[in-house]
Design a protein. Structure first.
Lengths: 502, 507
């Protein structure tokens, strides 16, 4: 039934950045065996080099330079379009900064294991593949590639109980949610007879006029897919794992996964929902846009309000990252309105790019504060930071303002485009809730600034090493530059379309 | 049109000062002060150039500069100045050096950071007045929150953190809905360029339904109403004013509140003429309530700074009344009164600051008889107090009188508004004179007060240096206001004739 594909038919070079990264990572995995324990800096540098190569290629592709192939590849499992390119840039940037943040942290904690970097890069590949999938099976495989390394990375600070607990919790709940995703995929297959996202669209359009039972199968299918992906991005009510896992995982891992898992999850969500399932089905049946709207509302409200009550910085950032999933869900919901799909995807990617720099930056500050035994990250531990370490306080304030969405920072640009998409899509209620919860979020982000600048105290910070300083510098510069000259982001996002070859 | 224009240079001048303080290695704190002062003086000088270059015969924008900023999203960098903004720009550049020089001796902690925020504040405020693109405007508008938040929160009084956070959240809550209104306007107009949208509104080609226009009006109005603040949205103001350091209060009262009144004119009147007409009587009622409420509450205060803070609510009620008279006299009076209030109330806060520095209290009963030990200071205080309460011959009178004239002759308002507004003038005289009397007159019965020394140029040059320009301007505007009206006449008449034409159509 199947023909064995010839290499030329695969159009394999469409996946050039991923292939490069996969090659690099595999080499790294082997090379690390020969690198002695006290020279793991070399592993980190090699990993950084591999990411850089791949990032440069991805960046050039995103800017319109034709490297590698474009379009569908691997027997229509894979697609390389502007959407893919931008997702690649986001995932690779977060890997790059993630490695910079990690090195000193693990050095300080005396965890000298080179496979850390390989795992981090495999996870990055998973996120990249999720943005490039045009097939549900592929999305599932990519999701596992994204998740399994993250489970392991969360446990990297064993024997600290919090780290182990975090990994186990993440693994169990993650496996559970994967189950939902797979079940949803099978139901979608049952309803439409295909795994191909484009094929699902065509079939779904037919189902709209067809029999009611197939409609229910379709709805149950994408409903379960939403559950599975909603778990990955930390949307309410599937967010339960996030605070504990974020708090327990080693901080650099939290920084990395807060961005990468979201990137992958939202990329897949945009592909499956916006490109795969038409919103207009029978009028009396709620379609996915309404479902996502409800989830977005819950996520925004819960994430922001519960974050207020946190007194631990990492946990607060965990809830804040739930809240940011809410803003991204606004973009996804907007994608359901006819004609807004591309704009919604662009806004989501702009938001993710802005979020990447800001959020990893904020966690990098946590790394600079945290003691080896996980202490030192209470909000109160920040008191007086602007006196003892003005630069660190200044960049943290910048990140907090960016997360709030104050103009002049990348976060504002992200919010601007997301809300614009929402208004264009006539989701005014969602936009209103979105902006009002931003005010709520200002409350807890400002508390960080208050503690750093307006309260007396002499907090201890860890000695800053060059790689951490680089990470802080890159993230701060990124937050500021993208905020003042949003052109860089909008230029990348401009050609993004979600629609597959239709 | 695309070489560096005066407005852009004006925006950059404080930024340059800011960067110098930030990145000059090992700059002493003393030098940082001077850099800040020089930067703000240079900005003032540049704004004088702008005033000279300003052509009163042009009705619309002048000295414009346009660049593509985010081409894909129809966002441009567009700045310019017209008859409505020119005096507010001048007010800003005039107040800032005074605020900076007045902090020379009072700010002793984290000096560099303080002046960095001061200069950042100046750019942000100027940006609001100069921006002619909704995105750019919003950027500057929200950006004003950040430095003021730090100024209150770091250098403020005991309750500073509460006041700073309240200030930030309250004003952000107001402006965030404006963001949605801006987005809606921009999406439907296909551009965020204010001038272009204005033209579309005037040509009637934007196609807003009545409901939409009203909703958008409210979206913008809430942001400005909180900033002004219009009663009942004023509750952040007493906290912020009282807790802020002296210079912070001066900037808050002097300029920051005017961002709100400016916004009401530039955005609400220009973009939503019908809705402005429909809502004008109601908003004017709020304004009149504010006038009387502010005066009433001021009278009850035992704290000098709080008294001055509440008097702002009352004074800005006049400004709002003038704006929503929707005629040329009213709007011109409102703009001039915005400037006047900046000068008078800025001066009053400086006076309170000088008293506080010497006595470390702001309670009215702690003073008395200061005239006897500080005659020069008391004299200056008297003139500024009188200017604030609107004595003829001083600046406050010109503004308030014009506004009342405007509201009396307004088609949408009427004599009742004027009558109640005028009541506010009388009340202002009561609480202002009451305050001055208690502080400066009476027996010199407290030993701490008796030990005070008068201001002299050699000892207190920075304090006098801040007060004297204010004194000069208060008198100058009071006796010779016509040049001030001349510059704004063209633009304002254009606006009001447009508003009238809308009224005729709707009838």
């Amino acid at each position: 039934m199947f023909e064995v594909p010839v290499f030329d038919d695969l159009n394999a070079w469409a996946a050039l950045p991923i292939i490069l990264l996969a090659l690099g990572t595999s080499i790294l995995l082997v090379a690390d065996l020969f690198i002695p324990e006290d020279r793991k800096r070399l592993t980190a540098s090699l990993a950084l080099g591999g990411v850089t190569v791949s990032l440069v290629v991805a960046m050039l592709q995103a800017l319109g330079v034709e490297i590698g192939e474009q379009g569908a590849a691997f027997a229509d499992m894979f697609i390389a379009d502007q959407f893919t390119y931008v997702v690649n840039v986001i995932a690779l940037s977060s890997a790059f900064i993630g490695i910079l943040v990690s090195y000193d942290y693990f050095e300080r904690a005396e965890v000298k294991r080179g496979e850390y970097y390989s795992l981090l890069l495999f996870s990055t590949m998973g996120a990249m593949l999720m943005g490039a999938s045009r097939n549900l099976v592929m999305i599932f495989v990519a999701l596992e590639l994204l998740s399994i390394p993250l489970y392991l990375l969360s446990a990297f600070r064993k024997p600290i109980a919090a780290s182990e607990e975090s990994a186990l919790k993440y693994f169990l709940l993650g496996a559970f949610s994967s189950g939902f995703l797979v079940y949803g995929i099978t139901l979608l297959y049952g309803a439409t007879g295909t795994f191909d996202i484009d094929g699902i669209w065509t079939a779904a359009v037919e189902i709209i006029d067809g029999e009611i039972s197939r409609q229910f199968t379709l709805i149950a299918g994408f409903g379960l897919v939403i559950v599975g992906l909603g778990f990955k991005v930390g949307a309410v009510p599937f967010h339960g794992w996030q605070p504990d896992v974020y708090q327990g995982a080693p901080t650099p891992v939290t920084a990395f996964m807060s961005v990468t898992a979201k990137t992958g999850g939202f990329a897949a969500m945009l592909r499956v929902l916006v490109a795969g399932i038409p919103v207009v089905v029978a009028e009396d049946i709620a379609m996915w846009q309404d479902t996502i709207q409800v989830i977005a509302l819950l996520t925004l409200v819960l994430g922001n309000f519960v974050a207020i009550m946190q007194d631990e910085l990492k946990r607060m950032l965990a809830y804040s990252s739930i809240a940011h999933a809410g803003y991204l869900l606004i973009a996804v919901a907007a994608g359901g309105t006819e004609g807004i799909g591309d704009q919604a995807a662009q806004s989501a990617l702009i938001y993710l790019l802005a979020y990447t720099f800001t959020n990893i930056g904020a966690f990098a500050v946590v790394v600079a504060m945290e003691h080896v035994d996980y202490s030192g990250t209470k909000l109160n531990d920040l008191k007086g930071l602007s006196n003892t370490n003005p630069m660190l306080a200044a960049v943290m304030a910048l990140f907090m303002f960016s997360l709030t969405g104050i103009p002049g920072t990348a976060g504002f640009v992200g919010k601007w485009f997301v809300f614009k998409a929402a208004i264009d899509a006539d989701l005014v209620l969602l936009a209103v809730v979105g902006v009002l919860t931003s005010v709520v979020s200002a409350f807890y982000y400002l508390r960080v600034v208050v503690n750093m600048y307006m309260e007396p105290g002499t907090p201890e910070t860890q000695p800053e090493t060059p790689s951490l300083r680089w990470a802080l510098g890159i993230t701060a510069a990124g937050t500021l530059i993208l905020g003042i000259l949003p052109y860089f982001m909008t230029e990348l996002a401009e050609g993004v379309t979600v629609a597959l070859i239709r | 049109m695309n070489e560096l224009s005066l407005p852009t240079i004006l925006l950059l001048a404080p930024v340059v000062g800011m960067l110098v303080i930030m990145f000059w290695r090992n700059m002493s704190e003393n030098r940082a002060k001077w850099v800040a002062l020089i930067a703000s003086l240079v900005t003032f000088g540049l704004s004088l150039l702008m005033l000279v270059a300003f052509d009163p015969d042009v009705d619309g924008m002048q000295m414009e500069e346009i660049h593509n900023w985010i081409p894909g999203a129809n966002i441009s960098y567009r700045v310019g100045v017209d008859g409505i903004s020119i005096w507010l720009v001048m007010l800003t550049t005039f107040i800032m050096p005074l605020a900076i020089v007045s902090s020379f001796e009072t700010i002793k902690e984290r000096v560099k950071l303080y002046y960095i925020f001061m200069l950042m504040m100046e750019t942000a405020m100027l940006g609001v007045f100069l921006a002619q693109d909704l995105f750019l405007f919003y950027v500057f508008w929200e950006l004003t929150l950040v430095p003021m938040y730090f100024l209150i929160g770091i250098w403020g009084a005991e309750q500073r953190i509460y006041a700073a956070v309240k200030f930030f959240l309250y004003t952000m809550a107001g402006s965030i809905l404006m963001l949605l209104a801006i987005l809606w306007l921009g999406i439907n107009a296909g551009t965020f360029d204010v001038i272009q949208i204005q033209e579309m509104v005037q040509a009637g080609s934007l196609g807003m339904s009545e409901t939409t226009q009203r909703l958008l009006f409210v979206g913008f109005f809430m942001a400005f109403a909180i900033k002004v603040p219009i009663w009942p949205f004023h509750s952040w103001l007493p906290d912020a004013h009282v807790q802020a350091p002296t210079a912070g209060s001066v900037i808050l009262a002097g300029v920051l509140l005017k961002l709100g009144t400016y916004g009401l004119i530039r955005y609400n009147l220009f973009l939503f003429p019908e809705a402005s007409r429909d809502f004008a009587p109601y908003i004017a009622v709020l304004a009149v309530i504010g006038i009387i409420y502010g005066a009433w509450v001021s009278f009850a205060q035992t704290d000098v700074k709080k008294l001055v803070a509440y008097s702002s609510v009352s004074h800005l009620g006049f400004v709002v009344l003038g704006i929503f008279a929707l005629n040329s006299i009213g709007v011109q009076g409102a703009i001039l009164q915005s400037v006047n209030h900046g000068i008078s109330t800025g001066g009053l806060f400086l006076i309170v600051g000088i008293l506080y520095d010497r006595r470390h209290t702001k309670a009215i009963e702690a003073f008395g008889g200061i005239w006897k030990v500080m005659p020069l200071f008391a004299g200056i205080a008297l003139v500024i107090t009188l200017s604030s309460m609107g004595l003829p011959g001083l600046n406050g009178f010109v503004g308030e009188f014009t506004i009342l004239l405007g509201s009396a002759g307004s088609e949408v308002l009427g004599m009742w508004y004027t009558a109640f507004g005028a009541l506010g003038v009388i009340l202002a005289a009561v609480y202002m004179l009451f305050m001055w009397n208690k502080v400066f007159m009476g027996p010199l019965d407290k030993p701490e007060n008796a030990a005070l020394q008068d201001l002299t140029w050699s000892r207190n040059w920075h304090e006098l240096g801040a007060l004297v320009p204010i004194l000069i301007m208060a008198i100058l505007i009071g006796i010779y206001p016509s040049p001030f009206f001349e510059l704004m006449d063209g633009t304002v008449s254009e606006l009001t004739s447009f508003l009238d034409s809308v009224a005729i159509v709707s009838r």
